[in-house]
Write a protein that binds this ligand. Structure first.
Ligand code: NI
Length: 148
């Protein structure tokens, strides 16, 4: 049996010394992104916050309540993952209802209007630079803020 000096208590350390990973590679401890903690840092609705990057995509979180605005994204699909609450994605061909842990990808070019009758928190994934109101513009267009 291999002995090791790494044990559960080591995760409480504030210092992050390099450790030997299995196979001999050195690595640093990395910080997880805690979605609940990130959600606790803002309260406004329909203003997505970037919490991570994935290649040329942004991972965003947003709180919503009420109706958004009808719009489409002509160049990209858009992923909605509900974390808490209930979201109805209104589409021209019908509605999609999402609860916690459920996701839907709105196809590129499809007109959609998200709606939440209770305050709802979601995670979004879309290419960097996508504007929340797509081709519609208007008052609900939000600048993207990065939470670190
Ligand atoms: Ni959209």
């Amino acid at each position: 049996m291999l002995s090791t000096t790494v044990h559960m208590g080591s995760f409480q350390q504030t210092a992050k010394p390099a450790r030997a990973a299995p196979g001999g590679c050195e690595y640093e401890d990395m910080d997880a992104v805690n979605i609940d903690s990130m959600l606790a840092r803002f309260s406004e609705h329909w203003a997505p916050k970037k919490i991570a990057e994935l290649n040329d995509y942004d991972v965003k979180i947003v709180k919503v309540l009420g109706d958004f605005t009808w719009h489409a994204h002509t160049d990209t699909d858009e992923l909605f993952l509900v974390i808490d609450g209930r979201l109805k994605i209104q589409l021209r061909d019908g509605d999609v209802a999402l609860g916690p842990g459920e996701l839907f990808v709105v196809p590129r070019g499809a007109e959609h209007c998200p709606r939440a009758d209770v305050e709802t928190a979601m995670l979004l994934m879309e290419p960097r630079g996508v504007v929340n109101t797509g081709d519609a513009g208007g008052d609900m267009t939000a600048d993207l803020e990065m939470l670190t």
